[in-house]
Design a protein around this ligand. Structure first.
Ligand SMILES: Cc1cc2nc3c(=O)[nH]c(=O)nc-3n(C[C@H](O)[C@H](O)[C@H](O)COP(=O)(O)OP(=O)(O)OC[C@H]3O[C@@H](n4cnc5c(N)ncnc54)[C@H](O)[C@@H]3O)c2cc1C
Length: 384
């Protein structure tokens, strides 16, 4: 067993860190304030080959794994730039396309996604189905060789930045059984696809959308993978999404702890630095331990996914849980250590609270992870 990163991963971390340091949290915050997108950063990281690090080499990617994409996500967040769409475009859509796409679909989408020139959003969540994907009501029906989609999705990130949306829809209802799900690539400007911004209390450049599909026509080549096999296919993308979410949370935690340690070492109120008070240093130290444990869990989950191990789902759930909780404790302790300055825009901390808090709820909620662990890891009866 070896806990050290490979030389390639260490070089990747350094290279991403160098780019991210030139942007920093002030750039991120300015984008939020102006309602803009983090396009320049995304494109620069993409053209350096880092957005596509986990996409196969033959499609212009780095041919590495989710472990390397996790390094990219963590390092960007550790410099104050947590990019939400890393969870979606390369992690969910890139992974599913590379595994289940036709050669035509891979050739059409993967090079642009890898280079950071194109983005794909991902739509599974529905207003009425909630966490229960078996209740998805968005339906795709056959129209000759093609398809027509009707339904609604909500909280879909980055649709205004994306060229297409990977949509999970129902394509059959076997009697007495669970509905059959299929995946479709739908252009964001397809006639009949309407989008509305959902106002959110999160300081992020990415916007969230309510989508309506009013008989949206999808050509035959829009079906991704086998019809009716969507649930199995989508799970190949949900584990990377959770791992990249965990990596982002770990990066935010590193950012907050570094700021807090720097501040507590120099801020003097009673003579010595406030970091000499255990009331300040212990919450930061315990958050540091939790974050290092979460980083180990994230590395393990990425390894399990990249090895194709059957326990990758359990590991990805546990990593996302651990990382979200650790990041919340880290950001909270960092704000507390800053006193009133913790809330001042200049210190660049409190604005990350919303994004950090979201990671307890999305891309999968803490409760659904606990349900999974209770049932699958502990063998307890399912409660729902
Ligand atoms: C900022 C943001 C970005 C997002 N981006 C995307 C995206 O790009 N694409 C996408 O498809 N979705 C996206 N989502 C949706 C997100 O994945 C869901 O919000 C999340 O999975 C929770 O589902 P829900 O909102 O339907 O909550 P619900 O399922 O309604 O759950 C509400 C509460 O009940 C709890 N609960 C539900 N069932 C159980 C149970 N059986 N046992 C115990 N507790 C339970 C949940 O944990 C939660 O706390 C995003 C959400 C946010 C906030």
């Amino acid at each position: 067993m070896d806990f050290a990163e490979t030389a390639e991963q260490a070089m990747l971390r350094e290279a991403v860190g160098k780019i991210a340091a030139r942007y920093g949290h002030d750039y991120f915050h300015a984008k939020v304030e102006s309602g803009g997108h983090s396009t320049e950063l995304w494109q620069e990281v993409g053209s350096a080959g880092f957005i596509g690090v986990s996409i196969p080499e033959q499609y212009g990617g780095g041919g590495m794994g989710i472990g390397e994409l996790a390094v990219v996500a963590e390092e960007l967040a550790a410099h104050g730039c947590p990019l939400m769409l890393l969870m979606v475009s390369p992690a969910v859509c890139g992974t599913i396309l590379a595994r289940f796409g036709t050669p035509e679909q891979r050739g059409r989408w993967l090079p642009g996604l890898a280079a950071g020139e194109r983005k794909m959003a991902f739509a599974i969540t529905e207003p009425d189905a909630g966490s229960n994907s078996h209740r998805l009501a968005t339906v795709a029906t056959r129209d000759g060789d093609a398809w027509r989609i009707r339904g609604a999705k909500h909280f879909i990130s980055g649709v205004d930045e994306a060229d297409a949306v990977l949509v999970v829809a129902r394509t059959g209802d076997p009697a007495g059984g669970r509905g059959r799900l299929s995946l479709f690539i739908v252009d964001t400007d397809a006639p009949g696809l309407e989008r509305t911004v959902i106002p959110m209390e999160i300081a992020a450049p990415e916007k969230q959308f309510l989508l309506f599909f009013d008989d949206v026509a999808v050509p035959p080549e829009g079906l991704l993978g086998a019809e009716g096999d969507g649930l199995r296919q989508v799970f190949q993308g949900l584990n990377p999404e959770r791992i990249i979410g965990a990596a982002g949370a770990n990066g935010i935690a590193r950012y907050a702890l570094a700021k807090a340690a720097g501040y507590a070492a120099q801020r003097r109120v009673w003579g010595g630095p406030i970091g000499a008070h255990q009331g300040i240093s212990h919450p930061l130290a315990s958050a540091k331990i939790e974050v290092e444990l979460a980083r180990l869990a994230t590395q393990k989950a990425a390894w399990a996914h990249d090895q194709g191990r059957p326990d990758a789902g359990e590991a990805a759930n546990m990593a996302k849980y651990a990382a979200a909780e650790a990041a919340l404790h880290a950001v909270d302790a960092a704000i507390q250590a800053h006193g009133g300055n913790g809330f001042a825009t200049e210190y660049g901390l409190a604005d990350l609270w919303g994004m950090t808090r979201v990671l307890r709820t999305a891309p999968v909620s803490r409760e659904m992870i606990l349900n999974f662990v209770a049932e699958h890891s502990l063998g307890l009866p399912r409660s729902y």
